[in-house]
Design a protein around this ligand. Sequence first.
Ligand code: HEM
Length: 403
Amino acid sequence: MGFSVLLAAYTVTLLLAFTIATLHRSIQSKRTSATALNKPAPPPGPAGYPLLGSLLYVIGPLRHNPHRSLVALAKAHGPIVYLRLGLTRAMAVVSSAAVAHEALVKNDAALAARLVPDNVRALSYGATSMVFLPSSDQLWRQLRVLIGAGFSSSQIRPVLERRAGQLAEHVRACAGSGRPVNIREAVNGTVLNVVSNVLFSEDVVDLREQQKAQTFKSLVVPVLEEWSKPSVSDAFPFLAPLEHLLGSRRRISTHLAKLFRFFDEVIIEKRLACCEKHNDILDVLLSRMAMAKLTRQQITTFITDMFIAASDTSTVTVQWAMAELLRHPEKMKKVNAELAEKLGSKDFVTESDLSELPYLHAVVKETLRLHPAVPLIPREVVADDMSLGGFHVPKGTGVIVNL
Ligand code: HEM
């Protein structure tokens, strides 16, 4: 049988499934509308198109700067907006501080699950990643405690101060030789090395050797790029087999496998082969693996999580802070004056200096407000009767809090 015949057979099957699903849904909605009369109404939202719902809006304007497009939606419909995406996915977008508080504090348990997009399920990533596990999960709790201890200020202070020293040295070397400083590369390399040293006591980037930095970046960036794209199968689950075969899920599996292999072969394997103790998070993880409390795959996923969560967030925030200061030279003058007054000839800011630098502190906070690196917090309703802002939000609905 040729590929075209297979494709035709597949298309017919899909159309059939699609028609049955639509019929089934319309019968079911007639049945449930009768029983749901006593429930509060769902939140308001755009009418959307038949079958597609608001999907075109999501893959159109929402794709770039989604948090800004969602603000426009909130202005039209209110602090909680209901969106139907394709056949199965329903979302409630929360845009006010009061409803966000209601969602994340009062309804914390009802919203314990994270939204897991289909492309995050590649290589079972979503099933073991702490970024996607519900906060009620045992593995999530175990890893959160570990992060709390491993990234406590006393643990990371020496690592931070050494990397800050290296960054200052790098900036000075660039200035001395008249080379421009690539802020993105320098900050990203520093952040990655802080995380890698807290996790497994090694640098993954050499600030002087951009080539080495590129090797690590070439493993992380493609995964982040693929994950940032919406996946068709989230709105139309019956298209999942096709997407797994030809779409982004297949590409993510390839990129993720390379990243997993790097951490497993280059970091974990090397540590297992040596008997020296480093007193770092990897030592703790491997001792738990020896007690059968963690698997090697869970350790690899955890390390991947940490790099993915850390790499772009801090870098983009510093880039924005510098860009805003360049756009507002009078504010840049104030920061410089404060640093000169409080630090004198000291090379770089340490944690203990921060309380002496209220203006710099305010610049960081304002940057996080104007350009949040993670503007949307996604959750999924796991309780039967949840209401938000006075509206009924059914179980299974995705809830997005727009910070
Ligand atoms: C400007 C920098 C950063 C910002 C704005 C930021 C923001 C966030 C936000 C909004 C979340 C989601 C929280 C939730 O769903 O309740 C998150 C989760 C997370 N972040 Fe960050 N983050 C930053 C830097 C970092 C760094 C440097 C690391 C690692 C050292 C990190 C590790 C994580 C982890 C592991 C999670 C998942 C935690 C969980 O499941 O509870 N983040 N971050």
